[in-house]
Design a protein around this ligand. Structure first.
Ligand code: ASP
Ligand code: MG
Length: 401
């Protein structure tokens, strides 16, 4: 007998029929003799709908009241799911984040889990109850309700799995696992049997929206075995773990990120300290910088280009403008019609020719590369946004066909 943590996302519990299906999966796991702790998201678009409701009354509500509101979405799911299991004659109890002992920091809207006091859950498991916990929420030391940030239920599930020392943490979603790329865009996309935490982190942070990043970081830190699988078809999913078997292909996936904007600071001095000054401004504004390129100096001048999230563009341009005098640049140009395409694989840097193969695929598809960056486990290129779908398909065909 083991302890299984199962998390079901919003689309898996969107209506009564789906809740019933989820209850069926939980019931089967329980009846196989396991202890089961379930974490649920809010039904379907509930969280978005609640945000809309808030805006109708106050376009800038306090974060505290926002968390008070948003935490109700998950509370609906857990009660409904528990009722469905009751109807099947199974012993079950639903718990809010605070009832489940999940203490967080006091950053409303993006709280961090600090501690999980597992005694209540343990108690319920000892009584042979199925325990259903509201994801995405917790409570501060002073008794305020918090939420963990959008998509945070994954993190609730992994944190509970770590705290309870579960045998596995299953993340049920509406896709069958982690794919080599987006199956809706590339018909030949394949489901991966296994993937490492680091590869998953790269894919997640680059727009392959299967798992919340923080949940993967936490799973890696505590060595939680994750499985990503579908609540709609009963098939094995993708296992996320530390080391996976080495396969023929050295890359495990291709990701696209279209939340990218490029800024070029044109005509800065070609002298020590310029990059430092520019990126110190970004750091001060808490803006994450991704790809960076510095042009060759000419006539004692050069350009520095870098990419950031689209949301940060105005803030970045304004901040640089404030330092126009001390930075001595000519002007700033920006471009939002760009996308970042990356290949990810644990062995990329130790395998020669992988980057060349990627560039060849792009060349064959007549796609111009604007920027390049490489790391231990990935190669990223910035390309025109209109070419993104074509690029992914071309790269996928090259590596996987
Ligand atoms: N319901 C929350 C959201 O939609 C949390 C989650 O689904 O994980 O972001
Ligand atoms: Mg959700």
């Amino acid at each position: 007998m083991g302890l299984v943590v199962q998390k079901f996302g919003g689309s898996s519990v969107a209506d009564a029929e789906r809740v019933r299906r989820v209850a069926g999966i939980i019931a089967d796991t329980y009846c196989e003799g396991n202890n089961v702790v379930v974490v649920l998201s809010a039904q379907g678009d509930t969280t978005d709908d609640l945000i809309e409701k808030a805006k109708e009354l106050n376009p800038a509500p306090s974060k505290r009241e926002m968390d008070m509101l948003l935490s109700t979405g998950e509370q609906i799911s857990i009660a409904l799911c528990a009722m469905s299991l009751e109807k099947m004659g199974l012993p079950v109890v639903s718990l809010t984040g605070w009832q489940a002992g999940i203490t967080t920091s006091s950053d409303f809207g993006s709280a961090r889990i600090r501690r999980i006091k597992t005694s209540r859950i343990q108690n319920e498991l000892d009584k042979k109850n199925i325990v259903i916990v509201a994801g995405f929420q917790g409570i501060t030391r002073t008794g305020e309700i918090t939420t963990l940030g959008r998509g945070g239920s994954d993190t609730s599930a992994v944190a509970l799995a770590a705290a309870l020392n579960a045998d596995v943490c299953q993340i049920y979603t509406d896709v069958e696992g982690v794919f080599t790329c987006d199956p809706r865009k590339v018909p030949g996309a394949r489901k991966l049997e296994e993937i490492t935490y680091d590869e998953m982190l790269e894919l997640a942070s680059m727009g392959a929206k299967v798992l919340h990043n923080r949940s993967v970081e936490m799973a890696k830190k505590y060595g939680v075995n994750l499985e990503v699988l579908s609540s709609f078809v009963r098939k094995p999913g993708t296992i996320v773990k530390e080391v996976t078997k080495v396969e023929g292909t050295k890359i495990s996936g291709i990701a696209v990120d279209d939340d990218v904007a490029r800024i070029t600071v044109v005509g800065v001095k070609d002298e020590p300290g310029v990059a430092f000054k520019i990126f110190r401004v970004m750091a001060k504004e808490k803006i994450n910088v991704d790809l960076i390129i510095q042009s060759l100096g000419k006539n004692n001048e050069q350009d520095i280009s870098f990419t950031i999230s689209k949301d940060d563009l105005d803030k970045a341009v304004n901040a640089l403008g404030e330092y126009e005098k001390s930075l001595h640049f000519d002007h700033i140009s920006t471009d939002t019609d760009v996308a970042k395409v990356s290949i990810v694989g644990a062995g990329i840097m130790s395998a020669s020719g992988i980057a060349a193969t990627m560039f060849e695929a792009l060349y064959n598809a007549k796609i111009n590369i604007l920027m390049i960056s490489t790391s231990e486990i990935k190669v990223s290129v910035l390309i025109p946004a209109k070419d993104a779908d074509l690029a992914v398909k071309a790269i996928h065909d090259k590596f996987f066909e």
